[in-house]
Each structure stands twice: as structure tokens, then as C-alpha cells.
Design a protein around this ligand. Sequence first.
Ligand code: SF4
Ligand code: SF4
Length: 379
Amino acid sequence: MYKVAVVKCGSYDSSEVMESLNRALALIGGIDTFLPASSSGTILLKPNLLAGEPPEKAVTTHPSVMQAIATTLLQKECQVQMGDSPGLGDPFKTAVKSGLQPVYDLGVLPADFETVVEMHSPDGRVSRRLPTAAAVAGSDLVVSCAKLKTHALQIYTGGVKNLYGCLVGLNKAKQHFRYPDRDVFADFLLDIYTAVMPGLTIIDGIMAMEGNGPRTGTPRKAGVLIVSGNALAADLAALQVIGFSPNKIPIFRAAKKRNLRPFSIDEIQWLGDDLADVQIQDFVPAVTTRVSFGPQFLQRPLRNLLIAYPDINATRCQSCGACMKICPAKALKMVGGQVRLSRSKCITCYCCHEACTYGAIDLHCGVLGRTAAKLMRTE
Ligand code: SF4
Ligand code: SF4
């Protein structure tokens, strides 16, 4: 059984977060259980810094959570670094914009998320060679400090998906072009997970995100911190909290196929507060889905009815070009000062949706797609 601590935490007040984190860590054996053997070992804190957004938007891991884990590790005299690779932009500036300067002020060093090092994924099914940030390859312990959010492509993002930021900058968008299929991409995420193998996972579900995550969804109070030595186990617990079935999540379908455990809720040891006290019954999924049924000849026409495509809102669009820069399929172009989408080129990776600072890219699909998205919550 894989231990997971799920503890209530009602706000981002720093003393409340510290208390909740301490309680969670104690439930799974204490922080000492997870430290590198050598005190000179480097620990990398890997928050979700999708983009430089203020903490209240619930896009990024909250600074209070990062301060709590950093303080805990620094008290143990560990060498602690922190960083992430946003899709676009400078990693350090993105961290500061996301409110993380106070964490660096504690004595945490900025991690190198610009130098690319090829990391080997021994159990890689999709790829064994990963263009990883030097900070990841050089650390003795990676702590995945994730944010509990919905995700347009992968339905849910937490401890495992957070590791996608271990790949550097535009390399991430390129991988979407190489692996456009959602299930293959989930398998690729597991290649990254098994190569990085975080020793500790903390999911910030105090303010989660529902709807069209991971950037333009709606903040939703879930009031929990989830902590585990196993990222899949932490994710299974998070899915229970928001009422999503792991059987509908591509990462868990892929984990089951390759027998990467745990992939079922029966395999985790739930510690801390009762599920009934933390579960949300009406957490809203993203309006996105994929056809995975019916005969092959029907899949293409059905796909166009079901799938959500980016839709540029001309009123909100500032013509900054960020979406065009990140689009791996070159499906966007500027025509007369307005961004236009070529559906035939679009691989529906939603990188543009994540990259747009102005929330000018909506995701729209037809009635069939919206119905399928609702069915996705449970079996
Ligand atoms: S990123 Fe957003 S604001 Fe910038 S051009 Fe694209 S749609 Fe417009
Ligand atoms: S237009 Fe957006 S969703 Fe389509 S391929 Fe480009 S980045 Fe991906």
C-alpha cells in the first residue's frame, strides 16, 4: 500500500499551511524519511509555474506552500533549489511574478532550468531520451510541488503532470507535435515520471482550479494539502477529492497498461482527514474530450463534433503573438492584425490556450463534446 496524507487546510495563512504540512508529513513517516542520504545532497523544489500569474488565480503552486516546504528542508540544513520551466519566458522572472521571491529570500537557490541535459528514461515506452533541465538531472531529490487543477488535454494535472516542466521551454511544445495523441502523450509523461522519480509529492489543493484549466479555469476552494512519497498515489487521492475516476484519466490508463503502480484507489493507504469531509461533488471538468469509441471510419467525423478547438476571442486578443510562437503545429497565423486558426493543422494540444496571458483563447466544442465531458467525471 502507498501512503498518502490528505489533510484539511482552510487558507494560505502561513502558520496554518505549515501546521497542515507538518501534520501530513508526520502521517507518512516524517520529513527525514525522504531526505537524501548525504546532507550535501541537492534538493529540487519543482512548483507548477505554468506562467507568471498572481497566486490568487490558482494557476501556480501557492507561495505559502512553497515557503512551508522550503522552511522545513532548510531547518534540516539541506541544500535547496527551486525552479520550473514555463512554456514561454524566463524561468526565474516567472517564479518572481508568481510570488515566489520570499522563498528565494529564505536561502533557496534559483535552479538552472535553461541548460538542457539529456536524461535517460530506462523504462521509457515512448522516449528514452528526455531534454531535461540541468537542475533536474543534477538533484538528489526532486519534490513535485503541484497544483490541483483540471487540464484541457490530460483532464487533470497534479503530481505526475507537474513533472512535464522538467523539460525545458519550447522543447515541451515540440513534444506535443511529436506525440499528438492524448494517450501516447500520457505514456510519455510516465517516461518523464519514471526518469525523474520524485521522492516526495505535495499537491496544493487549498485553492484548486476547475473548468478550463490549467490556466483559464476558475479557482475553487478544495481546502486540502495532499502529501505522499509516491506521485501516482498523491494523484489518486486528489482525484478522489474532486470526484474524477482514474479510469478516465489518460495517465492512469497508461500506468495500468504498463503495470506502473499504484493505478487504483485500492492500492493507497489514505491517512489524515476522511474522504467524506474533503470530497467535492460538483467539481467542474474542462470542456474537452476525445473520441475513443466507434468504428475507425466514424472516428474522424465524430472527432470534429466532439473535440474542443481553440477559438480566438478578437475582443480580448492583444495580437502579442505568444500563441503563434508556442504552437508546435504552426496552425496559427496573423492575418490583418488578427490571429487565425487552421483546424486542419491543429493537433489540439492546447499549448496556445495555456500561453495566452490575456485569456483570449477559449475552448469550444459542440453539444456531443460537452455531454462527453460531463460523463468523464465518473464511470
Ligand atoms: S497569445 Fe492571446 S493575446 Fe496573444 S496573439 Fe494569441 S490570442 Fe492574441
Ligand atoms: S493552435 Fe493551439 S491547440 Fe492547435 S496545435 Fe497550435 S497550440 Fe496546439
